[in-house]
Design a protein around this ligand. Structure first.
Ligand SMILES: Cc1ncc(COP(=O)(O)O)c(C=O)c1O
Length: 387
């Protein structure tokens, strides 16, 4: 049988990480002690309360039936309470959808609202799901929204094309640039979306991984946001449970209803026991302040960040100390693939910026999701290479 891929699959861009992944595989096969600064997956464990509740809820036989497709009532209530405590935002339970991780919702929202040929504004560089898993797989057309260093890696709304644009994605704290924003920028974004009748999809997956007193806002704190925005968040990075696949979308009722409708035809929500764990995890917040577990995690990450950034700056590679996320976006002063290959020669894997979009060229993303000793070792190798 000759099996043809659908046209939309053929339209997906070539996988730019393939070559570097092959080189990583070859190094590992050759027995190289590889330090991976390329994976955005926390190395630290989930808090003990998550493990304890997971054990308890997984052994409750009632928790193995189908969930409500939009999410269990207690899960949705916990999310509404979290929004109130963390952001001071009032949302009703019907403004919440449980997700199998935020990636799933970020992709599925387009199925509800993007028609063939509709344009979708996608940041460049960016998490590839906005342009690919979402827009292209719904036959939409991604339109790159450049995130340039001179603009603090924020889009310049005044220069953006709006004709035929149905939806836009924004993500702060940002992957891969680690840029953060303030509420004044979010107000600009909401006004832009509102004035141009554009659905605003706000990806806030890193809202809790913050340093130096920075507190990431929710788009839903902004006047007018409930009219045009949906926000995606997740327990993945906050509680170090990336593999458990639990997240949520919150926002405008119609946008939530559309996403819930799509999901009711595709999946039946995250496992009930996972949602119960999420209820407990979210309830560790008493206020806008991070719970103790998270303060400790962020302290560990901050020390690693300082080590990595101080080293890179010391060698002469320009990069900022990020106020959020576990990424460093380093100006590698040239071809990002070549830079990544060169580091691989000393057993350090990083992600070339070009893999996140054209505007990512000239940069590389380094993650600090490795123990401090491994980061120190990686720093030694990098220093040796460029001294
Ligand atoms: C910017 C951004 N958004 C969303 C996600 C998806 O996270 P999850 O599906 O685990 O919630 C990621 C994962 O790396 C990410 O970097």
């Amino acid at each position: 049988m000759n099996v043809e891929f659908a046209e939309r699959i053929k339209r997906l861009p070539p996988y730019l990480f393939a070559e570097i992944e092959k080189q990583i595989k070859d190094k590992k096969a050759a027995g190289v002690d590889l330090i991976s600064l390329s994976i955005g997956d926390p190395d630290l464990p989930p808090p003990q309360v998550v493990i304890d509740v997971l054990r308890e809820e997984a052994t409750n036989l009632k928790n193995h039936n189908y969930s409500f497709s939009q999410g269990e009532p207690d899960f949705r209530a916990a999310v509404t309470e979290w929004y109130k405590k963390r952001f001071g935002v009032d949302v009703a339970a019907d403004q919440v959808v449980a997700l199998l991780g935020s990636k799933e919702g970020i992709a599925n929202i387009a199925r509800a609202f993007v028609n063939a040929g509709d344009k979708v504004l996608c940041p460049d560089p960016a998490y590839p799901v906005y342009a690919n898993g979402s827009t292209i797989l719904c036959d939409g057309t991604p339109v790159a929204m450049p995130l340039l260093e001179k603009n603090g890696f924020k889009p310049d709304f005044e220069t953006l094309e709006t004709e035929g644009v149905k939806m836009m994605y924004l993500n702060y704290p940002n992957n891969p640039t680690a840029a953060t924003i303030d509420k004044a920028f979010l107000k600009e974004a909401v006004d832009f979306a509102h004035d141009n009748n554009i659905i605003l999809c706000y990806d806030n997956a890193y809202s809790e991984i913050t340093y130096d007193g920075y507190c990431a806002p929710s788009i839903l704190e902004i006047d007018g946001a409930m009219d045009c925005a949906i926000e995606f968040n997740s327990l993945s990075k906050t509680f170090n449970v990336t593999g458990d696949r639990i997240g949520f979308a919150v926002g405008n009722k119609q946008l939530i209803a559309g996403l819930a409708k799509v999901k009711s035809q595709i999946d039946s929500g995250p496992p009930v026991y996972t949602q119960k764990v999420a209820v407990k995890a979210l309830s560790t917040y008493q206020s806008v302040e991070s719970p103790e577990f998270l303060q400790k995690t962020n302290q560990i990450l901050r020390e690693r960040r300082d080590l990595l950034v101080d080293t890179l700056q010391g060698i002469g590679f320009p990069c900022e100390k990020p106020k959020a996320t576990f990424y460093v976006w380093v100006n590698c002063k040239g071809d990002s693939m070549k830079f990544a290959s060169k580091l691989l020669d000393v057993g350090v894997a990083v992600t070339p910026g070009i893999g996140f979009g054209k505007c990512g060229e000239g940069y590389a993303r380094m993650t600090f999701t490795q123990p401090k000793e491994r980061i120190a070792e990686a720093c030694e190798r990098i220093r040796g290479l460029f001294k």
